[in-house]
Design a protein around this ligand. Structure first.
Ligand SMILES: Nc1ncnc2c1ncn2[C@@H]1O[C@H](COP(=O)(O)OP(=O)(O)OP(=O)(O)O)[C@@H](O)[C@H]1O
Ligand SMILES: [Mg+2]
Length: 455
């Protein structure tokens, strides 16, 4: 299919020339003698205009105004500006405002054609990228991760978003289950609201009326009839967080609603149909809860249609530097501080630590470090004690493996580290190391001779 260019130029000779050059090169053309005519073309046939070539100064509507309208109408259509010597400044302004490039008159035909070709190639590439983004949202909003388990999770989120089946998110505390639930909702294209319900936080005696709502007469004492959280999620997504904490008595009623796509408010005789999508999350072993009789098996199977496992942070240390960067900018933005770097030693410690509290623990550690940091750098000292201690110990092992250290070199590193931690107290260090003092002194003499710093 031939690409079609719209040419807006008030000078007849120039317009004819542009048209001829473009047609000879195999493009289809539409012509306009000013911006207003050009815009009329775009509004009528904007679907099939691949490129706009426009003059700057024209009567009725200038190239600049045309550019603004064209961008509002269809921002991906490239606009090339043809400018006379006297209007170069305006042409530059137009490029800043989103035009592809400008060309000064008089120009060589081949320069024009090369520019046209590049502009079309670029807009085709942009369209392709937009299409890929639409079809396969690789990283759903705000979830950071590039490790293989996270990329797999992104794929599964995309699949889950396309289906209407219930989603069960399993993962340790702080792994980002709520983020995953929101991502499923946001990529699912459901127009309604995302309604999070923390099943652990609602008292057992209130949960039924919170979920299903109630009529005015359901309780003693005058109360307003009220819609429940399930109704609020009509057309959207109901997120049952910590679903393992859902009290047993309310489970059959929830199951019925999910099966029938209908709810009955507490005290009501009539059912109301709802368009429901349920996403549930838990850090418990729900199968075990089922075996122990603490969770209904039928409800479990109803919720466990699509299962998303969120891997703990220690299984994807690869993602730690990315998360650190993300949390640092989040914290500096929130506190309006200038952005901070993370020293490579601090990063090594952060990467080596096992993060039992997962991303949430990391986020808290970074918030604290940002508050503590002096100057422009986050240093090991700014990290929480427990992270620093176990992180630097495993960082030492990791580094020794990477650098092919010998046992002797490792011993040296270890002895020097212990000495640093005792604040240079050699008797205390010897005690901790299980060495007699004489041996420690001999070792330190050797290290000093080898040029170890700080001795
Ligand atoms: N992959 C990630 N990218 C960016 N931020 C993350 C990521 N994972 C977790 N977080 C952040 O860590 C914090 C904890 O995440 P979230 O609340 O989703 O965890 P959770 O799995 O629901 O935990 P819990 O089981 O304790 O409720 C949030 O502030 C979240 O924004
Ligand atoms: Mg949560």
């Amino acid at each position: 299919m031939r690409e079609r260019a719209l040419i807006a130029e008030d000078n007849d000779d120039m317009r004819d020339l542009l048209q001829e050059v473009m047609e000879d090169a195999g493009y289809e053309t539409l012509v306009a003698a000013n911006g207003r005519q050009a815009l009329a073309h775009m509004e009528k046939e904007h679907e099939v205009i691949d490129l706009v070539i426009t003059d700057v100064r024209m009567p009725e509507m200038t190239g600049r105004d045309l550019l603004a309208k064209a961008r509002a109408l269809r921002s991906e259509t490239p606009v090339i500006v043809i400018t006379a010597f006297g209007s170069v400044e305006q042409a530059v302004e137009m490029v800043k405002a989103g035009a592809y490039q400008y060309l000064t008159k008089p120009f060589e035909n081949r320069d024009l054609l090369r520019m046209v070709e590049e502009a079309l190639e670029r807009s085709a590439a942009q369209r392709e990228q937009a299409r890929l983004r639409r079809e396969r949202p690789t990283a759903p909003p705000r979830i950071i991760g590039a490790s293989r388990p996270m990329r797999e999770l992104f794929d599964h989120i995309a699949l889950a978003a396309r289906s209407k089946g219930a989603v069960l998110i399993i993962g340790e505390s702080g792994t980002g289950k709520e983020l995953v639930a929101r991502a499923v909702h946001e990529t699912s294209g459901r127009d309604g609201t995302f309604v999070p319900v923390n099943c652990a936080a609602i008292p057992a005696e209130l949960i039924e009326s919170e979920l299903f709502g109630h009529t005015g007469s359901a309780f003693t004492g005058a109360r307003q009839p009220r819609a429940g959280l399930i109704e609020a999620a009509d057309g959207g997504t109901l997120f049952l967080d910590e679903v393992g904490e859902l009290p047993l008595p309310v489970q059959p009623k929830l199951l019925r609603s999910l099966q029938d796509g209908a709810i009955r408010r507490v005290g009501a005789n009539v059912e109301k149909s709802v368009d429901l999508r349920v996403v549930a999350a838990t850090n418990r072993d729900l199968e075990q809860d089922v075996r122990d009789g603490r969770f209904r098996e039928d409800l479990f199977w109803r919720l466990n249609v699509i299962r998303l496992n969120v891997p703990p942070l220690r299984e994807r240390p690869f993602d730690i530097p990315l998360l650190v960067e993300h949390f640092v900018s989040k914290a500096t933005e929130a506190t309006k501080r200038p952005t901070l770097d993370v020293s490579s030693e601090a990063l090594a410690i952060l990467t080596a630590y096992s993060w039992p509290g997962n991303a949430r623990e990391l986020e808290n550690a970074i918030e604290r470090a940002v508050a503590f940091a002096r100057g422009t750098m986050i240093a090991p000292d700014d990290l929480p004690e427990r992270v620093r201690t176990s992180g630097s110990a495993s960082a030492l092992i990791a580094r020794s493996v990477e650098q092919n250290m010998t046992i002797r070199e490792m011993e040296r590193e270890y002895i020097l580290e212990v000495l640093r931690r005792t604040g240079g107290n050699k008797s205390r260090a010897a005690e901790l190391l299980g060495l007699d003092r004489k041996t420690l002194y001999r070792r330190l003499d050797e290290y000093r001779a080898e040029g170890a710093p700080g001795l």
